[in-house]
Design a protein around this ligand. Structure first.
Ligand SMILES: Cc1cc2nc3c(=O)[nH]c(=O)nc-3n(C[C@H](O)[C@H](O)[C@H](O)COP(=O)(O)OP(=O)(O)OC[C@H]3O[C@@H](n4cnc5c(N)ncnc54)[C@H](O)[C@@H]3O)c2cc1C
Length: 440
């Protein structure tokens, strides 16, 4: 296995931003994954890269062509294919259903369809939107003959869609979570922003050569290098870190931050507008509400698997999340004030008119966006949990044999971090469990 190298960058944001965060009581954390460090502070983010300086994706890291070659007799990869159904042995509610195969459409479209049957089990990893959609659309052999559909999920929703219930599992598609992001945007000197690559062609050419020769330079920048982790309830009246200096126990869940302020080396949230010549470089402080209480859902729009389901992420639906968002935006504005106090040239581009709730709400409506951390729509929890679960602690779907889920949909709640590494950990744990079961 070659998962790549974790790299820390040191290009953005400007040093004044780091100094300003320290002045507000957020210590600088070099290695956020260390167990011997501050829980609340300004942390260096890490990125998986390969030796050439390219970001490493999981396919290249875990299934490089060299490995694929050695497994050509027992590994079949179908790129661009769409799984349209999970097939079950029976839709008879009196016997426990077993997943026995999948129906797949090739990239050519519906005319090229086939069924792939399994010997042991299916591991569903279609993500927090695709996995619940496929469970809702599952299909039994018997039903196939008369053309009707059957599915696993909330009985009411399945009945409304005229889908026969293979298993009433209320958790499917419910409890969908994400991190909501709210940027405040500033102008800063061009050289301190990655927009310099767009506005100074000579710099861009120099950086292209640097990247080609050494795999280093601005072109490797992930744009987001540092984040401030804070707890909204422990901010002082002046939006400083009240627990400054405390090395909190990171294994105690009550110490987990509920706010992440991301420092972003561009201004515009809509990257297509980046050409707009507003003069200087851009800089954003993006509040992420990372321990949301709000829960949304995924529901079928159609029984056609090619039609995306509808998702309601219910951002800030719970008033506690709105309070956290207010605190995050206020902390961002306080940081900007501190950066300016240090003499660094920074001016407002898209900020709330004031910190009054009405102005904060207007800013949230204008600027709020998803941080693409969809999660928890097939959560790991008991079936009869007050927030019903879909999988058990071995990732097996409740009440169904031969079916596990291994993706971001299984997190009991969205994690207070970016999800990619955690999803890989779920996949590795799943592989261990499958191997252990096979060997016993
Ligand atoms: C733009 C963007 C940037 C991100 N940046 C970061 C980052 O910097 N760091 C970080 O930690 N996280 C990041 N994330 C989040 C991270 O990528 C996700 O949390 C993670 O990929 C989720 O993994 P998953 O396996 O659950 O789903 P996915 O990675 O979405 O995998 C699911 C796959 O299943 C496929 N699929 C779905 N339905 C079907 C079907 N019916 N048939 C066949 N295939 C199907 C999908 O096409 C997809 O390829 C980012 C996400 C986005 C969108």
């Amino acid at each position: 296995m070659h998962p790549g190298v974790y790299i820390y960058f040191n290009m953005f944001p400007p040093p004044s931003a780091i100094k300003a965060a320290e002045n507000l009581g957020f210590p600088y954390i070099q290695d956020v994954n260390s167990s011997d460090t501050h829980v609340l502070g300004m942390a260096n983010m890490s990125y998986t890269m390969d030796e050439r300086g390219y970001r490493n994706d999981t396919a290249s890291a875990f299934l490089p062509p060299s490995l694929v070659k050695t497994r050509k007799n027992n590994l079949n990869i179908s790129t661009g294919a769409l799984v349209t159904k999970i097939l079950f042995s029976s839709d008879n509610l009196s016997s426990r259903p077993r997943a026995v195969g999948v129906q797949v459409e090739s990239a050519d479209g519906p005319s090229n369809k086939r069924e792939i049957m399994v010997n042991k089990e299916i591991i569903l990893c279609a993500g927090a939107i695709g996995s619940p959609q496929l469970l809702l659309l599952s299909f039994s052999h018997k039903a196939k003959e008369n053309g009707s559909s059957s599915g696993i999920g909330p009985k009411d929703h399945l009945s409304k869609m005229n889908i026969k219930v293979v298993k009433d599992l209320p958790g499917v598609g419910n409890h969908m979570q994400d991190h909501f992001g709210i940027p405040v945007i500033f102008e800063i000197p061009l050289n301190d922003s990655i927009i310099v690559l767009q506005k100074r062609p000579l710099t861009a050419i120099k950086e292209i050569f640097k990247f080609l020769i050494s795999g280093q330079g601005l072109l490797t920048s992930p744009i987001h290098e540092l984040s401030i982790f804070a707890q909204s309830h422990s901010l002082t009246a002046d939006f400083a870190n009240a627990k400054s200096g405390d090395k909190l126990d990171w294994t105690d869940s009550s110490n987990i931050p509920d706010l992440e302020i991301m420092t972003i080396a561009v201004g515009e949230t809509d990257l297509s507008k980046m050409n707009k010549d507003t003069g200087d470089g851009g800089f954003g402080l993006w509040t992420g509400v990372v321990q949301p209480f709000s829960r949304g859902y995924v529901r079928l729009k159609s029984i056609d698997p090619r039609i995306a389901p509808s998702c309601d992420l219910n951002f800030l639906g719970d008033s506690r999340d709105r309070e956290a968002a207010y605190a995050g935006i206020s902390l961002s504005m306080r940081l900007k004030e501190e950066i300016a106090k240090l003499g660094y040239p920074i001016t407002d581009v898209a900020v709330p008119k004031s910190l009054d709730p009405a102005d904060l709400d207007a800013h949230i409506t204008a600027q709020g966006l998803t941080l693409y951390h969809y999660s928890s729509s097939c959560r790991m929890a008991p079936e009869d949990d007050p927030l019903p679960g879909v999988v058990d602690d071995e990732l097996k779907v409740h009440g169904i044999d031969g079916l596990r889920i291994a993706d971001a949909s299984i997190f009991p709640n969205v994690l207070a971090t970016h999800l990619q590494a955690a999803v890989v950990a779920v996949a590795e744990k799943c592989a261990d469990m499958v191997l252990n079961e096979a060997s016993s």
